[in-house]
Design a protein around this ligand. Structure first.
Ligand code: GDP
Ligand code: MG
Length: 501
């Protein structure tokens, strides 16, 4: 069975179905063992085996405890019982909502005859009378679910030989049925689509391998994965959010020059260069040179700077936030002035230059993407820059909407700007791998919080999520995967490459 309707995650998932309807199979093909709590399995833990009915009371007591404990930590729990006890369902649902998790009922809508024959084939079949009663109670339960307050009620149609016209009857909840996958990829990435798409943001670099070789391998993998480009962080000391102070963090403009020699396709730039590090004319010169070296595939992410420690350590001033934002405005104006055609005098709002002689000239568009989500930053981005960069969470998406409104207000065409987000995904091959990576990287952050912050999931799940961002006006996702070590982790991003069309 392939789900057409995705089940929210994390969530309480309560299965409803008779013996042999395929509950345990449905659960184990989608969830990790630790996420499934099964009354049968617990009978086997506290009793003589899965069918030891004398152990039911103990098994259900444990089951209740597991459900409450996992929901309390906002972790997914799949309850694998027949699901026909209304009082238990009410209790589980209330506990999920109290924890702020969605609650989903999944009905295994398997024909009675199929359940009977599967049951008969078992080593320890449920007595026929008991199964008949289960089937009747499940049928009655389906009618009750709609009024119980579930966030959704899904019907899983089993992967049994189907007949034409076997469609869910009307009034029935959404079907999770055998069908086609919701995404099909494999198409080659569009080329020449500018900065649009998924750009790898490199923030971690190895200490013990040859840096140039590693960079070339990463660039090759980025091309092979079909991503649109590579962005480098601009920090003087590795930031605590990413690594330790003694981890290497190479100077980005020098490093981008090396990358320029390794690729003929990728867009290259910073995300973001603090205006506090270099006089804006020097950044303008470096970026124009990179544009010339790449034939027009350079971009400049700029920001106001935020980390006092690296400024102090390198002998740089770290003025107030207001002054840094003033510098950001002046910096963008200076860069744009220097990149403009000719060498004429420039007299702008904040900046005056006696001449604007900057050769080599940038080739084509050299977009300035302004990082930061404060309202003044968004206004500067809309008025002076060519794009914004905010986080990819809900708050960030609200800022994308605000930015696009400001672009309209500035009398500019929103089709020509770059509404970009910074996305920090945690990717795993499958659900098991995802959660072992969550455990590896979460530090002291609660697992559910860490998983939510990094949208922990498989590449396919991230691809669907990014496609959702595109629908909300995002043109480019700068993606910095949690724990990215090298080319193999970059290749794993291939399914994300086509998320922006
Ligand atoms: P439960 O009693 O509801 O937990 O049902 P199980 O998941 O244990 O499934 C009962 C039997 O049906 C097992 O032998 C499964 O292999 C088989 N089964 C379950 N789901 C499917 C399905 O979608 N297709 C097929 N062909 N067999 C299934
Ligand atoms: Mg079972």
């Amino acid at each position: 069975m392939v789900d057409v309707v995705p089940v929210p995650d994390p969530a309480l998932v309560v299965l409803v179905g008779a013996s042999g309807s395929g509950k345990s199979t449905w659960a184990s093909s989608r969830y990790r063992t630790a996420e499934i709590v099964s009354s049968d399995a617990l009978r086997g833990v506290v009793g003589s085996g899965e069918h030891d009915l004398d152990a039911s009371a103990d098994a259900f007591a444990l089951l209740e405890q597991v459900v409450a404990a996992r929901l309390g930590r906002r972790l997914t729990v799949v309850v694998d019982t027949v699901g026909t006890d209304p009082a238990r369902r009410r209790r589980w649902l209330a506990a999920a909502h109290e924890a702020g998790l969605p609650a989903v009922a999944v009905v295994l809508d398997t024909p009675a005859g199929v359940c009977r024959s599967r049951n008969a084939a078992r080593d320890r079949p449920v007595p026929a009378r008991v199964l008949d009663r289960q089937l009747a109670t499940v049928a009655a339960t389906v009618g009750l679910l709609d009024d119980e307050g579930w966030d959704s009620v899904l019907v899983a149609t089993p992967d049994v030989p189907t007949h034409p016209g076997n469609t869910p009857s009307t009034g029935r909840p959404t079907t999770v049925a055998a069908g086609t996958t919701s995404r099909s990829s494999g198409a080659l990435p569009e080329q020449g689509a500018g900065l649009r798409g998924v750009v790898l943001q490199l923030s971690r670099f190895p200490a013990d391998v040859d840096l140039l070789t590693w960079l070339r391998d990463v660039a090759a993998a980025t091309e092979e994965a079909g991503l649109a480009g590579i962005a480098l962080m601009d920090h003087l000391i590795q930031i605590p959010q990413v690594g330790r102070a003694w981890d290497p963090i190479p100077e980005p403009w020098v490093t981008l020059g090396a990358l320029a020699a390794s690729t003929t396709r990728l867009h290259l730039g910073t995300l973001v260069t603090p205006v506090t590090f270099r006089a804006p004319g020097i950044t303008a010169k470096a970026a124009a040179t990179l544009s010339a070296l790449t034939g027009g595939r350079a971009f400049v992410g700029v920001g106001a700077g935020w980390w006092e420690r690296e400024h102090t350590a390198y002998g740089l001033g770290f003025p107030s936030a207001r002054e840094r934002l003033d510098a950001l405005e002046r910096g963008i104006e200076t860069m744009k002035a220097l990149w403009a055609p000719g060498t004429k005098t420039y007299a702008g709002r904040l900046v005056s230059l006696p001449e604007t002689t900057c050769y080599p000239r940038p080739v084509g568009e050299l977009p300035v993407v302004v990082g930061g989500g404060g309202d003044r930053t968004l206004r500067v981005a809309a008025r002076l820059g060519d794009g914004c960069n905010v986080l990819s969470d809900d708050a960030g998406l609200a800022k994308v909407a605000r930015y696009l409104d400001l672009v309209d207000e500035a009398g500019r065409d929103r089709a020509t700007v770059h509404a970009t987000v910074l996305d920090l995904p945690l990717l795993g091959r499958d659900r098991d791998d995802v959660w072992s990576r969550v455990e590896r990287h979460r530090g002291r952050v609660a697992a559910a919080t860490f998983a939510a912050r990094h949208h922990a999931g498989t590449p396919g799940e991230h691809a669907d999520r990014l496609a959702g961002l595109a629908e909300r006006g995002v043109t480019t996702a700068f993606v910095a995967p949690v724990g990215l070590d090298g080319p193999d982790d970059v290749l794993a991003l291939a399914p994300l490459a086509t998320a922006f069309g």
